[in-house]
Design a protein around this ligand. Sequence first.
Ligand SMILES: [Zn+2]
Length: 389
Amino acid sequence: MTERIYYTEPSLGEFDATVTGVETVDGRQAVRLDRTAFYPTSGGQPHDLGTLGNARVIDVVDEENGDVLHFVEGVVTTGDKVPGRVDWTRRFDHMQQHTGQHVLSAAFDTLLKARTESFHLGADYATIDLARELTPAEIARAEDDANRAVWEDRPVHIRFVDAAEAAALPLRKAPAREGTLRLIDVDGYDLSACGGTHVARTGAIGIIAVTGWERFKGGMRVGFVCGGRALSTHRRLRDVVAESARLLSTMQDELPSGIERLQADAKDAKRQIKDLQSRLAGHEADRLAASAQDGVVVASLDGWDQTALKNIASAIAARPGYAAGLLGGPAPYAVVVARSADRGTDAGAVLKQLAVRFGGKGGGRPELAQGGGLSGDAAEIADYLRSLL
Ligand SMILES: [Zn+2]
């Protein structure tokens, strides 16, 4: 069984150990040590990274028999005495988030009787799943109280007790394992059984900031960031807000109303474009009809949507003696075929023939048919369309 230095000395990032075994597990080189400060993935907290001698530690896994497996890249030999070095930036970040979780979970539990069902420490933020739903005001109340406990700089003790002693203690959650229990005691605030790594005083958490929440499995999933992550999150949001305010030429506090104004403007513009297009469709129909040969109009029109093409084609076919085939680009092309009541062309059949040769699909009535997805050379499609009309 590997001696876990972090159980009693979680602030130790450098240590010496003897290599007790090297093996290949699932194609990766795994190292066993007599003692380690490397934390293996467990209890919602990800593993540490770092080095063993000249080898890089890329993964750390908890084994059922109590050993810790260090997956490494590089040469490590059984019997060697090696210096171990934990990537302290990563480890300290995990300690801040994990201790912050104890404090925040205790606040939800004590103030609001909202039990923590599970905890996950992700790369950007951590989450706790609560057994019941809370209002935004309740979440803010727990957040305030948790930060009060942070700023009171309470000591975080590590204690070991047996099952009988544990049974008599007011643990926040019933322990899942038997035998000797490791307790994390946030002085006067929280008492839980936990094998993770924590800071020595709550002040080192810095701050606990809730990032968001959503309904989850009948309860609530609450996201949060602590310490360094809270600062980097603040910086990222600050830059996003500043840039958005600059783009909208508005004050930061007025961003929501600025966006609403922009949305209303866009809606107006869309309505105006639609109106102008329908008026322009009449002019386009006049222009195209004037250039018809034997009453046949074939044209390739860019920038018009399907509805506008249909309006133009229908406007041409509203006068006697015309057959119109309009292509809308860019590729793949939309197509609308319309003909006057006094012409015999079957617009639907024309659409089908176009699709056979140029792909796409479409259909309609003998007087009016439309489709899309035609690919090929626009001039070639136009020539063929003219021959069909
Ligand atoms: Zn913990």
